[in-house]
Design a binder for this molecule. Structure first.
Ligand code: GBH
Length: 487
């Protein structure tokens, strides 16, 4: 369909895992049900209702807080091996601290996890998918070094409760988004506008929080329960717009600032933030009159703590950007000015509903090869990949996009990338942050007007089911109708 078709006849190995994903704020609703506390996303969208494209925030969302049985039924229809979902920190710890446990909140996850296991679907639990308890934000959130301990304590509590049942853990979803969009550009909660310092402070603390949680699992649970703990990082592909020195250097900066900042401390040989980022931010900071760099230092002990602190990389991959040096002057000091890049996308690439999302399957292949080449041992689970559209069940675009990327993944695996699984984002339509429900990512359509938030399988759900069954990507396969059933 898009020329990326050399994957024919290749098959996913039998032990390759297929899954589908959601996150708590985006699907659960029940924002203040049964003792749940307020999170930064509750507050952000309650305070700024006009920010949400279609006015639909996460108060009710897809109502998974009540519809979880149907969610598990959908997963059984698809035939997936695992379900990636997140735990809402404020649902289980309304104040963020572990002295006040909301048992009713935990009960919701008990039910969901037990129902999954009953049907032999592995739970893959994300501990943090963008929703800090608001009381912790008021103490500075991820810019407060104490956030490391807050998260560690929360993580330990959840590990203790579910270690016997959950074998796949993701500490943090997308530190880049958490920090650079939450604290720097401010389009995600908490909507801070600390373009110079906040994003970097956050990056350091989030990495330390992740590492502390990983080490805690290793010490207290690994021997007995043998689970795997990873972190999900947005690794889109960034390549030079054209082969000039300027553009190649800009692409290198993009990769270092967008994902190297979080990958290198965990997986590079020497640990720590990438030299390129340190060099740029340290130099600019000095020129700008700062006595210490805006990029915080990691001590030798911190470097050691973070290095090697993951059993797998959760790779969230959606699209590719073509990079050149910035054509306009950014305000400074800022992360954008430090990075000094401008992104475009191929004019011929098929466009999704989300303005940033275009289909370029070769980018996944290149990103995988880049990781393979630049890091020693890096087992990968694709923890998110997907496509946004308008409502409608005949989602041929989503199907083509999925096939293209799965084909590229097969080739990357053949060329040596160790990929253990793939996760479709998303199981169902949900609240796409400030885009509300105006961008639909679901394999299942959700009727947000209906009482039960009725879910209906799209064409892509049937195609995904077929791929999981057959282990291969057949471009011509089509179901005779859109009925899906548990097989
Ligand atoms: C993932 O982020 C998230 O983990 C998931 O929750 C989300 O639903 C999914 O992707 C789909 O977006 O407005 O152009 O400045 C992917 C990274 C971060 C990409 C926010 C879009 C806003 C871009 N996304 N970003 S823009």
């Amino acid at each position: 369909s898009d020329g990326w078709s050399d994957h024919r006849k290749r098959k996913f190995p039998t032990n390759f895992l297929f899954g589908a994903a959601t996150s708590a704020y985006q699907v659960e609703g029940g924002w203040n049900a049964d003792g749940k506390g307020e999170s930064i996303w509750d507050k952000f969208l309650h305070d700024n209702p006009d920010l949400v494209a279609d006015g639909r925030n996460g108060d009710v969302a897809s109502d998974s807080y009540h519809q979880w049985r149907r969610d598990v039924e959908m997963l059984r229809e698809l035939g997936v091996d695992f379900y990636r979902f997140s735990i809402s920190w404020s649902r289980v710890l309304p104040t963020g601290f572990e002295n006040e446990i909301n048992e009713a909140g935990f009960k919701y996850y008990d039910n969901l996890i037990d129902e999954l296991l009953k049907h032999e679907i592995q739970p893959m639990v994300t501990l943090y998918h963008f929703e800090l308890p608001q009381p912790l934000q008021e103490l500075g959130g991820w810019t407060n070094p104490l956030s490391v301990t807050w998260f560690e304590n929360y993580a330990k509590l959840v590990f203790r409760r579910y270690a016997d049942k959950v074998k796949f853990w993701i500490t943090i979803n997308q530190p880049n988004t958490v920090c650079m969009e939450g604290y720097a550009s401010g389009i995600m909660a908490p909507g801070l506008n600390s373009k110079d310092v906040g994003g970097y402070e956050c990056a350091k603390n989030v990495l330390l929080a992740h590492a502390k949680a990983y080490r805690a699992y290793q010490t207290e649970f690994k021997k007995k329960y043998e689970g795997n703990v990873g972190i999900s990082i947005a690794v889109n592909w960034f390549e030079a717009l054209s082969n000039t020195t300027e553009n190649n250097e800009a692409a290198e900066r993009a990769r270092a600032f967008e994902f190297g900042l979080y990958l290198d401390p965990i997986w590079s040989k020497k640990g720590d933030f990438p030299d390129l980022v340190k060099k740029i931010v340290d130099k600019k900071s000095t020129e700008q009159g700062f006595k210490t760099s805006r990029l915080p230092k990691l001590t030798a002990a911190e470097v050691k703590l973070i290095k090697g602190s993951a059993d797998f990389l959760g790779m969230n991959h959606y699209t590719t950007f073509q990079v050149q040096p910035s054509q306009t002057q950014f305000e400074a000091p800022s992360v954008e000015d430090d990075r000094n890049t401008e992104y475009t996308q191929g004019p011929a690439w098929r466009a999704a509903k989300s303005p940033w999302l275009k289909s370029a399957p070769y980018g996944l292949y290149k990103a995988c090869l880049h990781l393979n080449l630049n890091y020693d041992y890096l087992p990968i689970i694709i923890t998110e990949h997907g496509w946004s559209s308008d409502p409608g069940l005949e989602d041929q675009d989503r199907v083509d996009n999925m096939r293209g990327y799965l084909g590229a993944l097969l080739l990357a695996m053949e060329d040596g990338t160790e990929v253990k699984g793939y996760t479709a984002w998303s199981l169902m339509d949900n609240v796409e942050w400030i885009a509300g429900t105006s961008e639909r990512f679901g394999l299942y359509e959700v009727d947000f007007e209906s009482e039960q938030k009725t879910r209906t399988a799209r064409l892509s759900a049937l195609v995904y089911k077929h791929i999981i069954e057959s282990r291969e990507v057949e471009d011509a396969w089509r179901p005779s109708n859109l009925k899906i059933a548990i097989t």
